[in-house]
Design a protein around this ligand. Structure first.
Ligand code: NDP
Ligand code: MG
Ligand code: MG
Length: 337
């Protein structure tokens, strides 16, 4: 079975001679920088001159430099700007990476698909909280943590794993548990998951369910409650107790209907095609081209999504009803982006 690393498996003092440059101060960046700082690690934040986050980082007691200056000074450079921006930022900081330095990521896209190609003498690693940055910060402040992944792509120094675990401890992840993976596995499972199940799959299922009811003449408000709002309650049950926990909580009618009809909704071959395009790099090439050409299809899809009836109906209903003010919903709401 998989080894899970906890606090006792890591030693933050492994990083005591290092300066860590955290590039970016967004969702992950602010959480890493603040948690590292409070764990006693020497941190410098890398932000462009006109960055809107400069004041916030400075007020939090952190030192801020431009990315190239921060990287030149640092022994560990952590890429926490958006993935699509990373290749350009890498060009600006590349000269600051000496042999023996570490280039660290929180997602493997640019390394796995060859958009960033670090020199041989540099350690290339990943420490990736499996959580939005706001929770990485909030749980740390409470003495808790979020689960995380580490991965080693290039280990020039031989210290890459011990240092990755130390970093994971300094940001709080080993309080919850850390497992080791590879860049390839992290990227491919992450992209597949967000496309087929989490983001793409679930929204499409909700949308087509909503449309099917509305097209058949049912009230859009009823369709919204049934297909979107109730989804959270079902997912909460699955999160707590797996599929059986959910099946045990719903009525026998819901269970029988669900068990016999669910399969018809899912296109298994479609899922396999999605995975193939992730594995063979077709999706990555498409997304890189999209970004190089000012995102024409992205904008079209986004506009269509925004003008869908379910957005209008949901917007109205969420104003009229009181719900979702439980602790969990409050934690999940992005605080700063
Ligand atoms: P964000 O979108 O929150 O990053 C925004 C930060 O990047 C801002 O500080 C912004 O500063 C800076 N930035 C943007 N453009 C540039 C630029 N051209 N030069 C310098 N800085 C720039 O990123 P995330 O935290 O979402 O993602 C960071 C990494 O973490 C990614 O690899 C992502 O895949 C990974 N990850 C993210 C998770 C999440 O919860 N969001 C979860 C797990 C991994 P400015 O004010 O200058 O715009
Ligand atoms: Mg350096
Ligand atoms: Mg992802």
């Amino acid at each position: 079975s998989t080894t899970v690393y906890y606090d006792d498996d890591a030693d933050v003092s492994t990083l005591e001679d290092e300066t860590v440059a955290v590039l970016g101060y967004g969702s992950q960046g602010h959480a890493h920088a603040l948690n590292l700082h409070e764990s006693g690690v020497d941190v410098v934040v890398g932000l462009r001159e006109d960055s809107s986050s400069r004041a916030e980082a400075t007020e939090a007691g952190l030192r801020v430099e431009t990315p190239d200056v921060a990287a030149a000074e640092a022994d560990r450079v952590v890429m926490l700007v958006p993935d699509t921006i990373q290749p350009a930022v890498y060009e600006a900081i590349e000269d600051g990476l000496e042999a023996g330095d570490t280039l660290q990521f929180a997602h493997g896209f640019n390394i796995h698909y060859g958009q960033i190609e670090p020199a041989e003498g540099v350690d290339v690693t990943m420490v990736a909280p499996k959580s939005p940055g706001h929770l990485v910060r909030r749980t740390y402040e409470r003495g808790e943590g979020t689960p995380g992944l580490i991965a080693i792509y290039q280990d020039a120094t031989g210290d890459a794993k011990a240092e990755s675990l130390a970093y994971a401890k300094a940001i709080g992840c080993t309080r919850a548990g850390v497992i080791e993976t590879t860049f390839q596995e992290e990227v491919e499972t992450d992209l597949f998951g967000e496309q087929a199940v989490l983001c793409g799959g679930v929204t499409e299922m909700v949308k087509v369910g909503f449309e099917t009811l509305v097209d058949a003449g049912y009230a859009p408000e009823m369709a919204y409650f049934e297909c979107l709002n109730e989804l959270k309650l079902i997912v909460d049950l699955m999160y707590e107790g797996g599929h059986m926990g959910m099946w045990n909580s719903v009525s026998d009618t819901a269970e029988y209907g669900g068990l016999t009809r669910g399969e018809e909704v899912i296109d298994r071959e479609g899922m396999e095609r999605i995975l193939e395009e992730v594995q063979n790099g077709e999706f990555a090439r498409e997304w890189i081209t999209e970004n190089q050409t000012n995102r024409p299809s992205y904008k079209q899809y986004r506009d269509a999504e925004q003008s869908h009836q379910i957005e209008e109906v949901g917007g109205e209903l969420r104003k009229l009803f009181a719900w979702g003010d439980d602790e969990q919903a409050a934690e999940e709401a992005p605080a700063d982006d």
